[in-house]
Design a protein around this ligand. Structure first.
Ligand code: ATP
Ligand code: MG
Length: 416
């Protein structure tokens, strides 16, 4: 992609009310646009990052048997009345509206009930189970506060997966598969070492649910973690009983700020009973389907990655999600330089490497500053100086050291 053609521009101006670092950097670099508090649009570079995160999650969900679908945003009131979750007194984040004929509709803040309602049409026998479905969906929530940039949106992208299993044993196996898949997702995103399986409130369903919490100063949660055991307890459920149950001692726990990047719930058969989701077992007996729910905050993750890896010059994307692998800069208008830069751009593209080519007619100072701000993993400069030294200047976003490499050497390094 040629930066001279990209419609977004980097900017020094910020909306006056934007206090979160992740949104400040993403707006400055042209990844997102703030519509209003808690509501952000994703621009071409931002969309690429979001899609890269989704793709990693998609591959891991498919690998454990997930089938992707997409549910609607408009939801019928009746579906939610079955579990007593239509009332604003029980769910305080609803956005609701009315059809022309007066029929009330809700905007999907979650799809737990609609998914169950939909699955009832397809699952009726033990032969239909287990079944795992997931989607990437924009959730709409009337959140009270939204001061964490894209980490807490009133509109945000979630991956939500639902499991329908025969019984507890069948459910437990998938639940464990999903924990492992989640660990792989966070490893691939570069935050595996800082993301902890966390015991949290199980609500009406179980004693505990599990959250995946990433250590992050900008996060809204507080967890107590045991690094040696690689588990944590959310402050909201921490007490002596819980510590005892998990073989943990208070003095070995570390208190840290964290962001909930995912969570998993065992609904048991409670929701199935409320909604009449049944199947016929092998003996011909009617049973209730055992349900689980598994979320990942896709857009929140993007914010977490910015918060965790950014430095004083700008964003630093992990390679797995960066919108391009190489930020190519040409310095000077000399034909020799332009030709060489065009040639490198072509060769990189031909070998399947995504490149942001800064071919704008602006000074080198701005190109270098924007390369840091935008946060692409590798910076490659073609200049009079680099050509004299025998090649291209090569620098990693995470390092201050530069070196001169030949075109062949560059291709060898980035193409694999
Ligand atoms: P939180 O406690 O942060 O409000 P939640 O318990 O409401 O999260 P779920 O409804 O289970 O979370 O959503 C699944 C995942 O979606 C969460 O683990 C989180 O990563 C993400 N998420 C939840 N609310 C938001 C939001 N307002 N903005 C961005 N991501 C969110
Ligand atoms: Mg919430």
């Amino acid at each position: 992609m040629h930066l001279s053609k990209l419609f977004t521009k980097t900017s020094k101006n910020l909306p006056a009310d934007e206090t979160a670092l992740n949104a400040q950097l993403l707006i400055k670099a042209g990844y997102v646009h703030k519509e209003m508090a808690g509501v952000y649009s994703f621009l071409p570079l931002g969309l690429k990052v979001l899609e890269n995160i989704k793709q990693i999650v998609r591959e891991e969900m498919d690998a454990i048997g997930g089938q992707e679908l997409i549910m609607s945003s408009l939801q019928p009131k009746e579906t939610w009345q079955k579990t007593n979750r239509w009332d604003d007194k029980t769910v305080d984040i609803w956005f609701k509206s009315k059809l022309k004929n007066g029929t009330e509709v809700g905007f999907g803040w979650s799809h737990e009930e609609p998914i169950v309602e939909m699955m009832k049409n397809h699952v009726s026998s033990y032969k239909d189970l287990p079944s795992y479905v997931y989607q990437f969906q924009t959730k709409l929530r009337n959140e009270l506060r939204s001061k964490s940039g894209i980490m807490r949106g009133r509109e945000f992208v979630m991956k939500d997966m639902y499991s329908a299993s025969l019984d507890q044993k069948d459910h437990d196996k998938f639940y464990q598969d999903c924990i492992e898949a989640y660990h792989r997702v966070f490893d691939r995103l570069g935050i595996g070492g800082e993301t902890f399986l966390t015991f949290a409130s199980g609500g009406a369903f179980t004693e505990f649910s599990h959250e995946f919490q990433t250590i992050c100063d900008a996060g809204e949660d507080t967890i107590y973690l045991s690094r040696s055991k690689k588990i944590a307890v959310n402050k909201e459920v921490l007490n002596d009983d819980v510590l005892k149950k998990l073989g943990l001692k208070r003095d070995e726990l570390e208190e840290v700020k964290s962001a909930e990047v995912g969570n998993i719930f065992d609904f048991n058969v409670i929701k199935s009973k409320e909604m009449g989701f049944k199947y016929t077992d092998e003996a011909g007996k009617i049973q209730f389907v055992h349900l689980g729910s598994y979320g990942i905050g896709i857009s929140r993750l993007m914010g977490v990655l910015v918060e965790k890896f950014a430095d004083d010059k700008g964003i630093v994307w992990p390679e797995a999600v960066a919108p391009a692998k190489v930020y190519l800069i040409s310095v000077g208008e000399d034909n020799k330089i332009t030709d060489q830069a065009n040639q490198i751009y072509k060769e990189l593209k031909d070998s399947g490497v995504e490149v942001l080519f800064d071919d704008r007619s602006v000074g080198p100072g701005q190109k270098f500053a924007d390369a840091e701000l935008i946060g692409i993993p590798l910076r490659v400069v073609v200049s009079e100086k680099s050509l004299e030294a025998g090649g291209l200047e090569y620098k990693k976003r995470t390092s201050n050291d530069t070196e001169i490499v030949s075109v062949k050497e560059l291709l060898d390094r980035v193409a694999n």
